[in-house]
Design a protein around this ligand. Sequence first.
Ligand code: PGA
Length: 246
Amino acid sequence: MSVHSSRKRLVAGNWKLNGSLDGNSRLLQELLVRPEMQAECDVLVCVPYVYLPQAVSILKGSAIAVGAQDVSVHAKGAYTGEVSAAMLADIGCRWVIVGHSERRQYHQESSAQVAAKVLAALNAGVTPIVCVGEQLADRQAGQEVCVVQDQLEPIKALGAQIVSRLVLAYEPVWAIGTGLTASPQQAQQMHQQIRAYMESDQVRILYGGSVKADNAAELFAMPDIDGALVGGASLDAQEFLRIVAA
Ligand code: PGA
């Protein structure tokens, strides 16, 4: 159904709850040493809120963009602890991960809330990377497609215009941080299903879940895999650059 070459590849690092001023500075400087690779591929790092200004400042003028890992559904007001999409845009952060499985699992985020975050982000000019993915038990029960479609349903309901402005990430929960990767065929099959369900040839669909330099190329060779959301391996500059190179 899809034509790979018309969609620009994207590799996003998700640092999760990791980092320090010193360590970040070293990691980001190492990424900047190889700017030539980013021409055919969007590259970004999604860092903890407090380090966003640091990352924006170090990466200023480079081809590497900065993203956050979550955003409030609210624009402003009495919501202690929240960070709005407008605040992200204000400091130069143009991307945000929403609906990561760790948010769904540990913060009980519903797919409806995820859809609200998508709108909040887009309204502020921030591009959301929307994560979906099934648990191991879902796959064992043959329910993986239903589960992922349920998660996508409120996003699809936002309409084709909105869908064309976001990025999706398929992250099977059993593959996150476990060293178990979906096989390229398993991932491709799901990406194809997601693309068909969303009725969009243009939406970029990233794969996430134990992506490493060693398995990136075979995943990226699949026609519906448009890049990766990289957790653990994004904390190692050389490993991350090898994934970008792939
Ligand atoms: P992982 O994490 O690459 O460490 O498996 C991916 C993610 O959670 O985005």
